[in-house]
Every structure is written in structure tokens, then in C-alpha cells.
Design a binder for this molecule. Sequence first.
Ligand code: 0A1
Ligand code: ZN
Length: 874
Amino acid sequence: MSAQPQVIRREDYTAPAFLIDKVELVFDLDRDVTNVKSRLFIIANPVRGTGAGNEVSFDGEDMKLVSIAIDDRKLGVDEYSVDKTGLTFTAPGETFVVDIETQVSPVTNTRLEGLYVSQSAFCTQCEAEGFRRITYFPDRPDVMATFTVTINADKATCPVLLSNGNLAKSGDLDGNRHFAVWEDPFPKPSYLFALVAGDLACVEDSFKTVSGRDVALRIFVEHGNEDRCDYAMDSLKRSMKWDEEVYGLEYDLDLFNIVAVSDFNMGAMENKSLNIFNAKYILAKPDTATDMDYELIESIVAHEYFHNWSGNRVTCRDWFQLSLKEGLTVFRDQEFSADQRSRPVQRIKDVAQLRARQFPEDGGPLAHPVRPDSYMEINNFYTATVYEKGAELIRMMHTLLGADGYRKGIDLYFDRHDGQAVTCDDFAKAMEDANDVDLTQLKRWYSQAGTPSLSWKGDYDADAKQFRLTVSQKTAPTPGQPDKFALHMPIAIGLLGKDGKELVSRTVQLTENEQEFVFDNINETPVVSFNRGFSAPVNIATQQPHDELVFLMGNDSDAFNRWESAQKYATALMLAAIEEFEKNDGDADGALGDVTDFITAMRATLQNDDLDKAFRADALVLPGEEFLSEQRKPANPEAIHQVRNALRKQIGTMLKAEFADTYHQNVSNAAFTPDAQSAGQRALRATALGYLVASGDAQFADLAAAQYRNANNMTDRMAALAVLNHLDHPGRAEALADFEERFGKDTVVMDKWFGLQAMSSRDDTLARVKDLMSHPSFTMRNPNKVRSLIGAFAMANPRHFHAADGSGYEFYTDRLIELDDINPQVAARLCAPLGKWAKYDDDRAAKMKAALDRVLAKPEISRDLYEIASKSRA
Ligand code: 0A1
Ligand code: ZN
């Protein structure tokens, strides 16, 4: 990068000057030089009044222009201009045909945007702006066209040729080549274009839609992985059915293809009728995938499928509207999972994820609204804010309008906008019009960044039998937004009597900075269960007394708040102890003091057979080190690590007998099934094992080693290895060696092995991570490998990443600089942890800032990494 990248602003949006009716593409596939011919049927955009003499401007990067012709006349070099970002020429009229021939090099494409090679197959990734790396084109989502795609390729290495839509024709060509022609009848933006060609195995099934059409379902994987597609296929069929039942949305083509590839920047991609997946979110069988993997597969398969309507049939006008499709689709996949599994457990997971990923983003230098106002590189805005906070916004609309009102709004949205590229305002307008409501204030969630903090105070008037609840909200300034407005948020409230009976369950609408809510006919001082189900995505500043938290842990009818009360209690204990630890110079046990009451409450949860096992497993997990760091300023990673471990040790010691019972009672001899109930049983047993080992009693480390050896599924195997991972026990080395031997050839499974070692709290971790970089299975070119070894070290090993001598930062910075030349998108995503410098002590902050300076000084830094590093440094 030479000059500073240009900032793109939402307010500068203008409609495209020219539209494209039809695109015809012909690919001559070759690993080194692929030839792409593109024929574009262009029409002036009536809203712009363009025509002859106006400039036509196409995006294009990193390719060779072979020729351009207009209406079958080849242009001379003085009739167009081409530079590093695109191609311009003058329109001959209001409608015309352009032929463009380009050449690209798939095998050297390490950015994995555009057309590239993964293992031996060709594949594409075009969201957000990858299509411009294939051919010159108005690469923006509000230009929608029908595509006809011809693929010519070598028959032996590419027997499978796929693109969007329906297969129209196929046949042989000279020179051992063959071709296929695909036609997609639905107009789509270029970001939804996809092509795959390679020697892939296919697993087939079918689905009958509600109106009786048969849809062929195919999953393409590398040969040898055919037996790992069952769960993805089953998830796909359940998603199709759920969308018909809950949203009234039916699939619209006769074919739905999924391809799993090993090299992929993100989780998966919703290309029309040809979803491309990171293989890790498709492949699963009991001895290679954990329960968590199964869960993720189910939700990501659903997410991509749901995009067929929320994203593809109705898409985004511009990339500032990204949450229009992503927030809505995340909400849809969360609700799907809640319906397939346990609703409270799903909500707990979603909230834990929001807190771990989105809240820190919203409170740091990269904070941005759900609908951002500007960007340098759009790839940097596929964030937890756009996705997960965006989903919370939709969830609040759902809460406000009720299930029926929400559905009316959804129906109107799809009726009104089918086939269009629209905005978040259009979505909200459909919700308003269908329900005759005004969502002006709720819409502020689209534009205002930062996590609101709520405080509340209860006041009981025994004479009037009235309970008054005063609630106030405040949002701290974020970069570029010093002043904040009051937001509208639904707050679900429960009031409980002393005997645990629910006196009131009501959702109030908070719209003011401070507001009072009055509850009548209350006969006793109630205990407040606030923000049930996390009805608003906020922080709660008010600390409830410990005895009330214990009461809620045992009595709240809202399962989410039972969990939440345990988290709050544990957080309060640990934060107090961390402060004490810093004063008493490192005695974590002394700092914790007497934690018997808390542990007694944990015992009650553990032994409450009325609660499902998955819930109990979650409720027994202490808030993580990253979460605790967020609550402390400066955060002391060593203190946090020691205190949390000390509390785990005390829980393990005090509840040793109970955990041992739980462990032994939950052995299952049945064959592995991935259903939620069996998974819950395994999770509870794993939690018990974790605490038993944390007690420090050596027999339990032996137990973990035995569990590893005897495991007949990956979930139990990983649970054992996860606890052994931090120990000096000989079982650790044995298990790691065994794992490598068993799964060494399996790239998806080996990611777990790399990740574990990067997350170990052992003293030799950094040295080990450095060694592992030269392991034959490791490569900086594979994003999964980079994330599991390098990313996990920074994001899931605060103790070593933040080592006081700066060794963690130094190692990490070297990797970011190295990676930027290979894959800028992934490098930029990994840069965020260095941006948290303001949370740490002066010494660490100085080292982190120096690391960012070093990143910024890199010659030829990418736009992606520059944006994140410069904003983080500010
Ligand atoms: N739209 C996809 C995610 C995705 C986004 C960007 C990508 O490359 C920059 C790739 C995939 C989804 O939400 O699943
Ligand atoms: Zn998505």
C-alpha cells in the first residue's frame, strides 16, 4: 500500500449509473492461467438518466485484461483506461453489450478471494468484493443480473463442474477436456456468484418441499470423506423444513449444492444454490467431531440455507447494510437451534458468545454501529457487531411485536422486496407498516455503537402494596460518537416472592435515560429478576446482594437468569479476589477468602435433577479469563488466571464427592449420538472431570488419561485432553502423541491438536507454538491452521499472549507481518487482540502499541491490516 486507503462513506451512496441485465461467463480453467470471457448486457439506470457519452466504470484487481469490445467492436487502447482498481470507458448508448476477456492465476491466489485452488479443486469466494478479481465488473450488490456460466476444464482432474442455478448442458471437448453450462434464473449480485471444479466425491439426498417439489441435495467433499456428511445433510433437511414452517419460506430451485473445502477465510458462504463451506463446518463423524462441532455444523448449515431468502432473494443495497442479511440470518439460525435443541441452553450460549466477542469490540477502538457509517475495507466489517448485535436488534423487534406481529412484518418484507437490493430502513419500515407501529427509537440500535449500561433500584411500599423499579441507561462514548442517545429496549422483569413463587412476569419498555415502572398489588418485598432471557443486549451495573443471587439461582423460573445469577456471583467473587491478590502479592487462596456459600449454591445446581444436564454443565462453568479482563482496568492476566484457577480448585475440592458421583453416573455405553440430550450428559461429565482434576488430587489426572485412552468418540477424547493439556502429567504427552498418530493425516482434526497446545497454560507454551510452526501439517497458507495455532494463542491464552516480558506480542507481531503478504483478510482479523492495549498496565500497553507501530511500518501493508492496526493504535 502506498497512499492511505480511501474511506468509503455510507452518506456518499449513489445508485449505479449502469445496470446489467444478463451476464454470460466462460471459464477456461487452468491452475496457472485461467481465461475468463465475460459478455455483459448493459442498460443505463433510469434513475440516473445515463446514456451515450457517460462514463462506465468497472471494478477489477490483480488480473490481466486481454481485450474489451463494445457491441462486437474491439476497443483500441485509447478507448478505455485500466489501472490497479478497474476499467473505464465511454457508453455508446443506453443499451449495449460489452465483451471482456481477462486472465487470472488461481494457484498463486493465496488471499482466497476470487478464484483460487484448495487442495486440487478450483473454487471461488466472491463476498464481499472477490468477483472483481475474476473479471472487470460493477462489483456492488445493487447490480443484479442473471448469470449463465460455461466451465471448460480438464476431464481427469475436474470431473465435477459446478456453478449457480441449473445445469443446462454438458459434454466433451477436445484435448481430454469437457464442459458444463449452468444457468441461474434468479437475478443476483456478483458476490453470490460461485464456481467449483475438481475431483470430488458426492453424497446425495433429496427434500420434498411443502408444495410437493423434489429438490436434489448434494454435498461434495474430498474422496474419503463421504462418511462424514450425514449430520450436515440432516441439518440441511431440518433447516428447509423449519423455514417452511416458521417463516413460510420454500426453496426455489430443484437443486441445492454444498461443497466443503479445506482452505477458506470464513465459516461458509451462501452463494445461490452452491454454498461453499469451510470443511470444518461440514465434516463430522463420532470419532472425529465433538458435540460442539456438531452444533456448529447444524447452525452454520442452517445459516447459509436461510440466506437463500434473507440475503439472496432480498439482498443488500450496499455493504453498509450488511446486517440487513447477517443480523436477520443469525437471529434465524439462533431460533432454529433453539427449536432443535434446548431454548434456554441456546440462549445462554448465544449470550456468552455476544459477551465474549461483541461486548469487547463495542468497548474498544474498533467499536462501530450495527450499520457502520464508513470503512476502508469491507472485509473488516464481518464483525460480531454486524452479526451478533445485529441479531439482538432483530430479537428486540421480535420481542416488541410478538411472534405474530414479527411474522406479519417478515411476510410484508419478502413480498415487498423480493428480487431487490434494499436497506435496513426498508426492513424496519416493513415491520412498522405491517404492525402500524413506530420503530424510530428502536432503530437507533442500527446507528449507535457501544454497549449500554443499565442500573436499577427497587423500592417497595408496603402500605400501597406497590413496587417501584427505577431503571436508568447510559452508553459510554465510542470512537467518532461522543454523545449518545437513550435507546428503546424491552426489559423482561420477574418479581419473586420469598417462597420462590412468581408474583409478576412482565416486559417493560425502557425509552428514557431514567424511567420508573410501577407494579401494583405486590404483597411483599420481591426479589427482582432483571432483563430475563437477556431481552436487551446490555451490561447491568447494579450488583445484587449475594443472597439474592443464590435465591435466583435456585428459584427463578427464567432459566437464563438462573445461569446469569451464578455468573454474576462468580464474577463478583473473582473480581474482589483479583483486587485482593494484587494487594497481597499473589496469594490467590487467601484473596478468595471464604467461598463456601457460593460453592453450596453450585452444589445445589449440580444436584438439581430437574434441570437438564446441558444447562447444569453451563451453569457450573466460571466466567472466562477474557471476560474477567474486560471488567478490570488495568487487567492483570496473571492475577486473573491465578484467582480463577484457585476458585476452580476450591470448588473441585469441596465438591469432590459430588463431582465423582456425577462423573461415574454419566458414563454412557451406548453408541454415540449427537442429539442435545446425549451431548448434555457428556458435557456435564466433562465439567465434573475438569473440576476433579482442578482439585489437584493426582488420581483424577490419571482418570483423565484413562478417559482419553478409552474414549470411543471425539467429545470424550477432547474433554480428557483439554484438562490434561495444562498439566505436567505423563498422560498429556502420551495423549498428544497418540492423537497425532491417529489423526495426523486428517487436516480438520489436526486443527484441534494445534489449538490445544496453543491454549495450554504450561510454561513452555510459546516455545512449543514456535516449534509447531515447522510441523509438517502446519502452513501459514491455510486459515484454519493459522487460527488454531496463532489465533488461539492470542485469543484464548491471555496469560502467555500478555507475558510481562513482551515475548507473546513479539512472536505474534512477526506472524501478522508474515501473514499480511499471504492473506490480508485473515491477518487483519487476527490483529484485534493487540488493539486492547488500553486495558492493560502501562508497561504492557507500551509494548502492545510498539507492536502495532511495527505492524504499521510494514512496507506494502494491505488495506485490510492497515485499517485495523491504525484504528487500534489511535
Ligand atoms: N456471508 C457469509 C460469510 C462470509 C463473509 C465474507 C466472506 O469473505 C470475505 C466469506 C464468507 C455468511 O454470513 O455466512
Ligand atoms: Zn451470513
